[in-house]
Design a protein around this ligand. Structure first.
Ligand code: ASP
Length: 328
C-alpha cells in the first residue's frame, strides 16, 4: 500500500512538472532552429525569416538559427532526430525529408518516425542558373553548349541528397549528358563559386537566386516548376517543360520539425506560433518577393504536413529509382 501511495505521488509530481513545463514553454529559454545547410543559402534564409516571425507569437522568445551543414542535409536532420525532445531544438528542412530516404542509402534516422511534424512553411520553385561568363544566353543555347562541352561541365550542389543534387541529377538525365558534381555544404557557398565562375551550372531555390539573377551576377535559363513565375525578375524564364523536358517538376517545400517525443502541449504552442508567423505580413512580403508561396492551406497542420511528406516520398521514390540516381 505504502509503495502504491509512493508511486501515485511520483506520478502526480511528474505530471505536475510536465504540465508546468508545458505551460511555461518557452519560458526564458532560447529556441534553436537547426538548418542542415550552410549560412547564406535558401534554407538558411527561410529559417532566419521564420525565426524572426516566430518571436512575437512565442511571447518575445529568443529564436536562434544554428547551421549544422553537411551530407546533403542529413547531418543537421540527424542532430535534431537525436536532440532532447523538449521543444528547444527544432529543424527547418526542405524536400530532402522526402527524397533522402530513397536518394541516400543508410541515412542514420527515420524521416517517418524520428520527428514530430510541426507544419509546412512554404513552397519554392528552383531555377537553372549558370556562371556569368557562360556563352549561352537562353535554354536552347545552353543545351548546344552542354553538347559541345561534354566531359568538361561542373555542376554545383549542396551535397548528395540535397535539392540541388536531385534537380541536377534529373537535369543531366533529361539532357543525357553526365556532368561533374561539385558538392558544397549548401548552395550559399556554391553560389559564391558560381558567380566567380569556378563552377558552371547549378539548380537553386528562387529564394536564393532572385536577387543574383536580377543583379545579373548569374545567367538564368529556366524554372523547374510546371508554370512560369510572376516575380518580376523571373517572369520571362521558360519552364523546363516548355523547353521539352517532359514532366520536369521540382518544387521545394520547407517544413518545421521537432524531435519525436516532444510533449503535445509544447507541439501545440509551436504549431500555433508557426501559423501566426505564416500570417505575418512582413514574412509574407519577403517570401513572395523571392518567388516563394507561403503555406496557407491545411498543410500547416502537423497531420497534413506528415501526410504530404509521406506522399512526396511515394512520388519521388519511383522517379529517383527510374533515373538511377542513388547515393551510397
Ligand atoms: N538549396 C540547397 C539544396 O540544394 C540547400 C541550401 O543551401 O539551402 O538543397
Amino acid at each position: 500500500m505504502k509503495n502504491v501511495f509512493k508511486s501515485l505521488v511520483a506520478v502526480a509530481a511528474v505530471a505536475a512538472a510536465f504540465s508546468a513545463g508545458a505551460q511555461s514553454f518557452p519560458g526564458g529559454k532560447p529556441i534553436t532552429i537547426i538548418v542542415p545547410f550552410a549560412a547564406g543559402g535558401p534554407t538558411d534564409k527561410v529559417a532566419r525569416d521564420l525565426a524572426e516571425a516566430l518571436r512575437k507569437p512565442l511571447g518575445g522568445a529568443t529564436v536562434i538559427v544554428d547551421n549544422a551543414a553537411g551530407a546533403g542535409g542529413s547531418i543537421g536532420a540527424n542532430k535534431v532526430a537525436k536532440a532532447n525532445p523538449d521543444g528547444y531544438t527544432l529543424l527547418v528542412h526542405h524536400i530532402g525529408m522526402a527524397t533522402m530516404p530513397t536518394l541516400v542509402r543508410n541515412i542514420p534516422f527515420k524521416v517517418e518516425s524520428d520527428f514530430e511534424y510541426l507544419g509546412m512553411i512554404n513552397d519554392v520553385p528552383m531555377t537553372l542558373i549558370g556562371k556569368p561568363t557562360l556563352p549561352a544566353n537562353n535554354y536552347k543555347e545552353l543545351v548546344t553548349w552542354i553538347q559541345a562541352n561534354k566531359g568538361k561541365i561542373n555542376l554545383g550542389n549542396a551535397g548528395v541528397g540535397s535539392a540541388s543534387h536531385l534537380c541536377g541529377m534529373l537535369f543531366q538525365h533529361a539532357v543525357g549528358v553526365d556532368m561533374t558534381a561539385v558538392p558544397y555544404k549548401g548552395t550559399g557557398p556554391a553560389m559564391t563559386d558560381l558567380m566567380g565562375g569556378q563552377i558552371d551550372l547549378m539548380c537553386d531555390q528562387t529564394t536564393n537566386t532572385t536577387s543574383v539573377i536580377e543583379g545579373k551576377k548569374v545567367k538564368a535559363f529556366a524554372v523547374t516548376s510546371p508554370k512560369r513565375l510572376s516575380t518580376p525578375a523571373l517572369k520571362d524564364l521558360p519552364t523546363l517543360q516548355e523547353m521539352g523536358v517532359k514532366d520536369f517538376n521540382v518544387s521545394i517545400f520547407h517544413g518545421l520539425y521537432a524531435p519525436k517525443g516532444t510533449p503535445p502541449a509544447v507541439l501545440k504552442t509551436l504549431n500555433d506560433a508557426l501559423k501566426a508567423a505564416l500570417k505575418d505580413p512582413e514574412f509574407i512580403k519577403r517570401e513572395e518577393g523571392l518567388g516563394a508561396v507561403v503555406m496557407a492551406d491545411k498543410r500547416v497542420e502537423p497531420a497534413e504536413h506528415k501526410k504530404f511528406v509521406a506522399s512526396e516520398i511515394n512520388k519521388w521514390s519511383p522517379l529517383i529509382k527510374a533515373a538511377n540516381v542513388y547515393v551510397e
